[in-house]
Design a protein around this ligand. Sequence first.
Ligand code: ZN
Length: 199
Amino acid sequence: MELYSGKLGKLIEELSTLPGIGTKSAGRLAFYLLHEPEEHVKRLTTAILDARANIRYCRKCFNLTDEEICPVCADPKRNQRTVMVVENSRDLAAYEKTGKYEGVYHVLHGAISPMLGIGPGDIRLKELMERLAETEVDEVIIATNSSLEGETTAMYLSRLIKPTGIRVSRIASGVPVGGDLENIDEVTLVRALDGRKEL
Ligand code: ZN
């Protein structure tokens, strides 16, 4: 027998498809939403639909943005000759939060994973190489996660970039093995950046 039938069951089912939300949390969220003022629920659904319809990739760095060029790339105070490569926009946000990085970024939207069948063609690698060919860049800082996939991607990238003569560095460890950047505290992130090693 279904625990909740009809529309409530459907709402719980949809919520439980979200990452990190099991059936139990989905149930809790569903009851919360049902008891909220209708205005709040409307704001929430509008925000979701609005973001979905209007957020796109920055033409330069592939960060998620609602402009053609994201605020980081558009900021004249940022050093456009230093490019930090991260796996996703959440990792970019983690470094932005430190307020200590003055360069720009490139967001790969993934990492190479032979096990999951994700190859170099499945992430924004080609776009990075095109960007490096078109713009003057002094250093590429590889800040992919210290997971197997992150390390594989870093090795692949350094082999690709080194022949171009651009300096390639990797953020220092201190970032725990397998750790996602977004879960790491700001002091550790800054230390990893400052202690980066040339590859
Ligand atoms: Zn950008």
